[in-house]
Design a protein around this ligand. Structure first.
Ligand SMILES: Nc1ncnc2c1ncn2[C@@H]1O[C@H](COP(=O)(O)OP(=O)(O)OP(=O)(O)O)[C@@H](O)[C@H]1O
Ligand SMILES: [Mg+2]
Length: 426
């Protein structure tokens, strides 16, 4: 009784102490998740560092938390990869990976659980195949849409550079996954929009074939598809435009500080950094949903014959992009590697503040081995900035030397050593 009461009191005091924007994972358990056979890890708020050799299982820990927040892995091509090679089918049931996290939030504690089942009829273990997922929130079976957004994370990883140098689809995926974490309506419209585009493309191909045989088109059916496309797409465009505007404002000043061009004495930094939304058609200044919908509809009429000729949907958010500009030059083409890295870091740091503003909760930050790539100035800046902006920061590294003086580090952070899928407090 006494201990129970004490537990409740400690929790309450902690809640008051962290007051606004509390969010941290206090427990992570894994079973047959990649190279972890079993793990039960208690975590604290503040800074936690996981140190370990290559291939020991550091990224896997952050991946697990990212998955619990978004239901998707940031790196796996297929969910099948997530189930440990060594997991075995039992009693006729397929082998599975299980991950669960208990997360403290302003709205109260949440328990998220994901089961990834190995596809028994699929290809050999280790190859791509389809796996099925089961999700529970607070012990009750749910759909992924019910879990996404309950836990907020921002992941920094070396692959973020692909956001600048990679294809537009990566930048769209970034916008979709970031916006879906904070906006349920966005997530629903995004899922519906993807279905409409696929079906509309099928319709366009079908019409093209019929035209080839000299029979002409279902104009009415086209109008129905257009209504659906515009209904879902206009909201996506509006939110992407807004988000990029907000991220741009935050990122520009962070970029200034990162490049060291701005001192605290200059309140309005201008380093010429800009994130520029590049929608698939000219919005002509439209910002509200109705105006955007009208522009979208007009554009669909303009491209109608082209779409029928080519058999694909040519306008809409599935063709959007955005660019990273410095001094009016697109740095995917003109930037040095260092410039590109700084720009993407500015965007990621901006994302943290943006997410906090959108949800009222400060997201959990996951930094996967990114400090080794930065010079000392940027490394210190990133460490200071992330600690000031989150209740919990989880960092992986191969080498603790990146964090400076070891004695101070031990006072500041909780340290773990990761080795062959085990995690030990050091
Ligand atoms: N399904 C799986 N079953 C078993 N092991 C797996 C599975 N998928 C990946 N692994 C292994 O898990 C190990 C851990 O990978 P992880 O990416 O977490 O390592 P890391 O510590 O981040 O390494 P690095 O420092 O190189 O980034 C790797 O050895 C990888 O081969
Ligand atoms: Mg790694």
């Amino acid at each position: 009784m006494y201990y129970k009461l004490r537990g409740v009191l400690v929790k309450e005091i902690r809640r008051l102490w962290y007051n606004f924007g509390l969010m941290y994972c206090q427990r992570l358990t894994l079973k047959d998740f990649r190279n972890y056979r079993r793990l039960d890890l208690s975590l604290s708020p503040g800074l936690t560092i996981f140190q370990g050799e290559n291939a020991s299982g550091k990224t896997t820990l952050l991946e697990a938390l990212y998955l619990l927040a978004t239901t998707k892995s940031p790196r796996a091509g297929s969910d099948q990869e997530l189930v440990s090679f060594e997991a075995e089918a039992e009693f006729g049931a397929p082998a599975f990976a299980r991950l669960a996290g208990t997360v403290e939030r302003q709205d109260g504690e949440i328990e998220a659980e994901i089961l990834v089942l190995r596809d028994q009829t699929g290809p050999e273990v280790g190859q791509a195949g389809t796996a099925r997922k089961r999700i529970k929130v607070n012990g009750t079976p749910r759909r992924s849409i019910d879990l996404i957004g309950k836990i907020n994370v921002v992941l920094f990883s070396p692959e973020d550079l692909d956001l600048i140098i990679g294809s537009p689809s990566l930048r769209r995926r970034y916008l979709d996954s970031t916006l879906s974490q904070v906006d349920h309506r966005y997530l629903r419209h995004w899922q519906d929009y993807a279905k409409v585009v696929a079906q509309r493309n099928g319709f366009l191909r079908n019409v093209r074939e019929r035209q080839g045989r000299g029979r002409v088109t279902g104009r009415d059916e086209m109008s129905i598809w257009n209504v659906e496309l515009v209904k879902n797409g206009a909201y996506l465009i509006k939110r992407r435009q807004e988000a990029l505007q907000n991220l741009n404002n935050l990122a520009a000043s962070l970029h200034g500080q990162l490049t060291g061009l701005v001192s605290a004495l200059i309140p309005e930094p201008n380093t010429g950094f800009e994130l520029v939304y590049q929608p698939s058609f000219d919005l002509q200044g439209a910002t509200d949903e109705t105006e955007i919908a009208a522009r979208f509809e007009a554009r669909l009429n303009e491209v109608r014959s082209q779409e029928l000729q080519r058999g694909v949907s040519l306008a809409g958010p599935h063709r959007d992009d955005f660019a990273f500009m410095v001094e009016d030059a697109n740095i995917s083409t003109y930037g040095s590697r260092g410039q590109q890295r700084t720009a993407v870091l500015a965007l990621k740091l901006a994302e943290v503040g943006w997410m906090h503003a959108q949800t009222g909760d400060r997201p959990i930050l996951l930094l996967d081995d990114i400090l080794s790539e930065l010079d000392a100035h940027r490394r210190q800046y990133v460490l200071d900035t992330v600690q000031a902006r989150a209740e919990q920061v989880l960092i992986t590294t191969t080498d603790l030397a990146f964090f400076g003086d070891q004695a101070t580090l031990r006072e500041l952070a909780t340290l773990y050593e990761v080795e062959f899928g085990t995690v030990k407090r050091v």
